[in-house]
Design a protein around this ligand. Sequence first.
Ligand code: SAH
Ligand code: F3S
Length: 478
Amino acid sequence: MKNRQLGQKLYIKTYGCQMNVYDSGRMADILAPLGYALVDGPEDADMVILNTCHIREKAAEKVYSELGRLKRLKTAREKQGGRMILAVAGCVAQAESEEILDRAPFVDMVFGPQAYHRLPELLAALQRAGKAVLNTDFPPEPKFDHLPKDALDPGAAGTSAFLTVQEGCDKFCTFCVVPYTRGAEYSRPAEDVIAESGRLAAAGVREITLLGQNVNNYHGAEPPGTTRAGSSGTGSLETWGLGRLIRELGKIDGIERIRYTTSYPADMNDELIAAHGDVPELMPFLHLPMQSGSDTVLKAMNRRHTADDYRRLAGLLREARPDIGLSSDFIVGFPGETDADFDATLGLVEEIVFVQAYSFKYSQRPGTPAAAMDGQIPETVKSERLEALRDVLDAQQLAFNRSCVGRVLPVLLDRPGRKPGQLVGRSPYMQAVHVDDPIEGPGAIVRLAITAAHANSLKGGVEAQEAGAEPVEERATA
Ligand code: SAH
Ligand code: F3S
């Protein structure tokens, strides 16, 4: 390849959601054939990519302070006769494009989440032009068709991997930038997802987390040649929903755990709920953002679900899988939110009971409808509400963690802990579990007796591990 230079060092810093983590991996895949290898820090990197997040103001502002630090490194490198290519990718790049070059003129490349498959072209253009290049197109061709298929570095995949199956969002919640930064909803064909899962499994991955901004609205083209009951299987273009896809992925040898995130309540369908009951690989955990417990606020947010809808869904999910752990996102201080609205949120949280959750103060995002709404809530009120909500959510999480003490849980060990010899893994319910004296290495699913519970983690012991015994998932349903 023409602009291939061996031994180049690439540092990617990832902000925000899991999809950015996935995208950063793909950027590394694309740059590997050009001679770029990943390094752990920016200090002597030849290229630095900030893969950014625009969801809340704080997330976006972090990028500019990081750019300030990188500018010093870049200047120092240039003084020594070297070069550091500085790129801003992701949702801040998409949303602010030229503004980034105005605020940080030393940046060399700015490209959005739908343009990163063009990195080799952008690098070539940078070399030709000698000045900053910018690409925030939403290219008509889905980028997934242009990503390397065989670039998976088995070591890089780890034991648990993200896999984007759906991207973009057509929901337009009035507070959210995602429909503007990620573009319209798109689902990858089922065949591609199955093939990528197979490659991950072959590389040693045992758990996959299917990603999408509205992952439960997945509707990818069914694999060619699929035979369907009551149909000839020819001609018409049929699609698979997420439940159907998960069923198929569960059959792949080596894939023992499947998760998906993030789901939109109104898109939870019967097939997917049923999969929670009868696909053993599908973990009993679901992140299902509620945002608010007040119907007035939900309507103003354009969420298309009510408090009652959420109650009903939680009930159906628990019917399908009684031990399912629910997680959620909440926004406090949305424009117009009254004390009574906020109390409705607290009330619904008390009623549903979550095993973990994320809560945020509403952040006004330029260009979104809610930013211009009357009734913006003072910062002090937002802070008070956030604290009150977090108290309840933290208590629920701790209570759930404590309820696990004395149980035996299958834990997928996936990384070293802080103490020598310690390993950390995940329970089926996404809790971090520490084990001091593991007898198996990362990648193993071991049955651990839970001995202690903390706010954000559990402690487990290997005494439950019978030599040679197959790990058996604890299941409440057959
Ligand atoms: N479906 C998406 C949700 C994206 S944003 C996904 O793929 O994850 C993640 C969470 O950030 C949202 O659920 C919401 O709770 C929060 N969020 C989004 N916009 C926000 C804003 N303007 N202010 C505060 N929180 C926000
Ligand atoms: Fe954002 Fe709502 Fe879509 S939170 S990602 S607009 S479902």
